[in-house]
Design a protein around this ligand. Structure first.
Ligand code: ADP
Ligand code: 5GP
Length: 191
């Protein structure tokens, strides 16, 4: 892989608002492009294959692991694999754009470690675990079981916040977006 370009990594417990923030950030900056991850989880009704994720079967996913196609991958929830394909990052750099990731905390720190000086790792923190639960319920995308899995994992994930370059508390969305845009723009301007 040719190492070129910058990487902006967003991690947070599910429901913190990182997808919302990442979409708004990318909409407002044509130099940024979203790294579409591969996953073996089921597609949600509003999602599109090749836009939100590359949706793969577990076997397809495992074949990519064996072929070393991933920059990183994780079994984020039991039997639900997520990973960043090297080809995806290269595709974006070849376009002359900088890459934005929405990955779990372990994946985020893993990418940061591989590209320490080229990357900015941002942790999106919900104001509290109760608010996180309300947001996941409000989003209405999770089954009872999946909600339970995400909430159980959230507490552990929150303990990783201090390992990131920046923590943004997503209480008021517009304020969190503004703060994110400012920090990312400063990072992009740095030589
Ligand atoms: P994630 O990608 O971290 O799982 P989402 O971006 O899907 O989270 O956000 C989870 C839910 O919370 C969505 O329904 C979103 O509209 C809502 N949300 C995001 N940020 C805020 C906020 N600051 N205040 C209230 N609701 C929010
Ligand atoms: P969701 O199912 O809500 O879309 O995502 C669940 C979790 O998987 C989120 O924390 C999301 O950031 C993470 N995730 C998405 N893509 C990747 C990836 O490529 N690698 C890793 N490690 N985590 C990912």
């Amino acid at each position: 892989m040719n190492k070129q370009g910058k990487l902006i990594i967003f991690s947070a417990p599910s429901g913190s608002g990182k997808t919302t923030i990442v979409h708004r950030l990318i909409q407002g900056n044509k130099n940024l492009s979203f790294s579409i991850s591969a996953t073996s989880r089921e597609k949600r009704p509003e999602e599109e294959d090749g836009k939100d994720y590359y949706f793969l079967s577990v076997d397809e996913f495992k074949n990519h692991c064996i072929a070393h196609d991933f920059l990183e991958w994780e079994e984020v929830y039991k039997d639900q694999f997520y990973g960043t394909l090297k080809s995806e990052v290269q595709r974006i750099w070849d376009f002359g754009k900088q890459v934005v990731f929405d990955v779990d905390v372990i994946g985020g720190l893993n990418i940061k470690k591989q590209f320490p000086s080229q990357s900015l790792a941002i942790f999106i923190q919900p104001p509290s675990l109760d608010i996180l639960k309300d947001r996941l319920l409000g989003r209405g995308t999770e089954s009872e079981e999946s909600l339970k899995k995400r909430l159980e994992k959230a507490e552990k994930e929150m303990s990783y916040a201090s390992k990131f370059d920046v923590i943004i508390i997503n209480e008021h969305l517009d304020k969190a977006i503004e703060e994110t845009q400012k920090i990312v723009n400063q990072f992009l301007q740095k030589k």
